[in-house]
Design a protein around this ligand. Structure first.
Ligand code: ZN
Length: 178
């Protein structure tokens, strides 16, 4: 558990394309539950395995943050979508800046996946849940929400994160932390 760490942009592993999960065994169940713990600890509403450096198609979501009905989706696939796209205001645990940005997402989708019980499930999602599922499936395909922004905005975010990283490096040097 403690070795699972959140990766931050521009870590190259965030660009990996995750592989399908063939057997939903105890390791996968443990991974799903650990992902939920990590997501809640960062106060997030969604997390993809890619974000913790694990190259498997599994995402966890809880848009209420209430912990009583989280969703764990294995090999999720959008099988139907309403063509209407609307603006979704997004942030990402792997892109630790305060500002949120608008990206266009399908408003309504139907998703097929497997759950931890190895059952095929279908979810009809709209609004925030729909946006969140699309955002997390994008992670499994190595796509970040900032990829949808203009080059200028992307560069600004890159620079901001670089500054944060430099600050951390500087503090580490000062404190002789390796
Ligand atoms: Zn994200």
């Amino acid at each position: 558990m403690s070795i699972l760490k959140l990766l931050y942009f521009p870590n190259k592993k965030l660009r990996n394309i995750a592989k399908s999960i063939k057997n939903i065994n105890n390791d996968v169940k443990l991974l799903g539950n650990n992902m939920l713990k990590i997501m809640y600890s960062y106060n997030g509403i969604g997390l993809a395995a890619t974000q913790i450096g694990i190259n498997k198609r599994i995402i966890v979501i809880d848009i209420t943050k209430k912990k009583n009905n989280p969703i764990i989706l294995i090999n999720p696939k959008i099988i139907k979508f309403n063509k209407l796209k609307i603006n979704s205001k997004e942030g990402c645990l792997s892109i630790p800046i305060k500002q949120k940005y608008f990206v266009l997402r399908f408003n309504e989708i139907r998703v097929q996946a497997k759950n931890l019980m190895n059952e095929i499930i279908e979810i009809k999602a709209s609004n925030l849940l729909s946006f969140c599922i699309q955002h997390e499936i994008d992670h499994l395909n190595g796509i970040l929400f900032i990829d949808y922004l203009s080059n200028l905005k992307y560069q600004r975010i890159y620079d901001k994160i670089n500054k944060i990283n430099h600050k951390i490096m500087f503090l580490k040097k000062q404190n002789h932390i390796k």
